[in-house]
Ligand binder design. Structure first.
Ligand code: HEM
Length: 403
């Protein structure tokens, strides 16, 4: 782990609603007793990648087979679809093994998670899109990897592909034969394996990364990203006072546990409870957040994409909302311009908007329709991407960003 300032970590963690119990100057000490595997061992997840997938994808890349795989994958969309024709035999054999839910997946919990996602959908678009999306730009490894991989040069398409994942996860039939999520996860897992092979060959990435010998996207890195998504969103929903039953809390975590498994994270790293997830987040996510030139650029590009659509609020408001979600520390790192009038509107109006919307308060704030247009507009922005003819399928890259 990088050298850390404990005070900074505590302040930032509190602002993001993430737990900060761990002393980040200490080595990895998250016991797998609190994982799905429940083995009382301590293994560093930054030294674990994806042994089942990485050599296979490396050989497909070396043999020039990936373009044909991407073509075949275009017809492979639903979880219940047979594997497409024309795949190399070793890839087909691999997919036969992994294209399935883990034995511990609980269909009832996954169904409950789907209903919960539907009930929370407006908040989820906002939190995943404007919260987790921008947070990913202050996770240094992720920002550098995304910037210097092929997709970094085409952020609109990359954002659309990433949204495909979120949309497929949140769909009512995500894990059912008619849903897409298992297939989308497998394509993502293969994409990550390709990045592990390709990015170390990028001279630009090697020049900027502070861990030259480190293979990208370890299990530890994926856990970091999970906490910037699931753990962050869960923490915000709770902090906003939204009523969530114990069964819903459990189901929301379970959907992420299955998602992590499908991305190739070992069961002994997957937290078994929200308490364990928060404890792990304190180790893996909060201490490592920092600005990078790549992340500052990516945040600017992402916020520019959001500003392209009319959300009924100014650009200044959108940037202040990102600050409100992620803290001014993060906003300052990303050099997001200030708009203090919008900020006071948000600080006063958002809690009352949520309280009224959730039936926790009878008082409708005067700014209700403005917030409503904002969250609905963001939802439409993402939904249009997920359902429009320009829906962008995930494809495995064959190179890196040129410059
Ligand atoms: C690609 C999701 C973790 C770096 C993708 C894609 C998805 C995705 C859906 C395919 C879309 C695309 O090609 O742009 C996730 C999820 C994660 C995770 C759900 C964890 C829960 C990470 C981490 C890193 C990372 C930890 C780096 C530290 C990348 C890169 C690409 C990619 C570089 C390829 C972009 C390209 O094609 O050039 N990821 N990811 N991801 N991901 Fe991840």
């Amino acid at each position: 782990m990088q050298n850390l300032n404990r005070r900074r970590v505590l302040t930032l963690g509190a602002a993001l609603g993430l737990a900060t119990v761990a002393d980040p100057t200490k080595a990895w000490a998250w016991s797998s007793a609190n994982s799905i595997a429940a083995t009382d061992t301590i293994t560093d997840p930054w030294s674990v990648w994806d042994d089942a997938t990485d050599p296979l994808v490396a050989s497909l890349l070396e043999n020039g087979q990936i373009p044909a795989v991407n073509t075949a994958f275009a017809a492979w969309v639903n979880n219940g679809d047979p594997l497409p024709a024309g795949l190399p035999a070793n890839l087909a054999a691999y997919l036969q093994q992994v294209n399935t839910l883990p034995s511990w997946a609980d269909p009832a919990k996954l169904a409950r998670a789907a209903q919960f996602n539907k009930r929370m959908s407006m908040y989820l678009f906002l939190l995943y899109g404007l919260g987790s999306g921008i947070m990913s730009t202050v996770i240094p490894r992720e920002a550098r990897n995304v910037y210097w991989s092929a997709g970094g040069a085409e952020m609109q398409s990359r954002a659309a592909k990433t949204f495909t994942y979120g949309y497929d996860l949140a769909a009512l039939d995500a894990f059912l034969p008619t849903g897409h999520f298992v297939v989308t996860s497998n394509k993502t897992r293969l994409t990550h394996a390709a990045v592990r092979h390709l990015l170390p060959q990028s001279p630009q990435w090697r020049a900027v990364t502070n861990d030259q010998d480190f293979i990208p996207i370890s299990n530890g890195d994926i856990l970091v990203t999970f906490h910037s998504l699931g753990t962050f969103v869960f923490g915000k929903l709770k902090a906003w006072g939204i009523k969530i039953s114990a069964a819903e809390e459990d189901a929301f975590l379970h959907q992420w546990q299955v998602a992590l498994h499908l991305l190739g994270v070992r069961d002994d790293f997957i937290p078994a409870s929200w308490a364990a997830a928060k404890q792990q987040s304190a180790y893996v996510l909060t201490p490592i957040m920092a600005p990078t030139p790549e992340g500052i650029n990516l945040a600017d590009v992402l916020l520019g994409l959001v500003a392209q659509v009319d959300l009924g609020v100014t650009k200044g408001f959108q940037r202040e909302f990102a600050r409100y979600l992620l803290s001014d520390k993060v906003g300052d790192w990303l050099k997001l311009p200030r708009d203090l009038i919008s900020r006071s509107v948000i600080e006063l109006g958002w809690p009352t908007y949520v309280a009224f919307r959730e039936g926790l308060s009878p008082i409708m704030p005067t700014t209700f329709s403005m917030f409503d247009q904002f969250v609905r507009g963001l939802a439409m922005l993402f939904l249009n991407n997920g359902t429009s003819p320009s829906y962008t399928p995930i494809t495995i890259p064959t190179g890196n960003r040129a410059a």
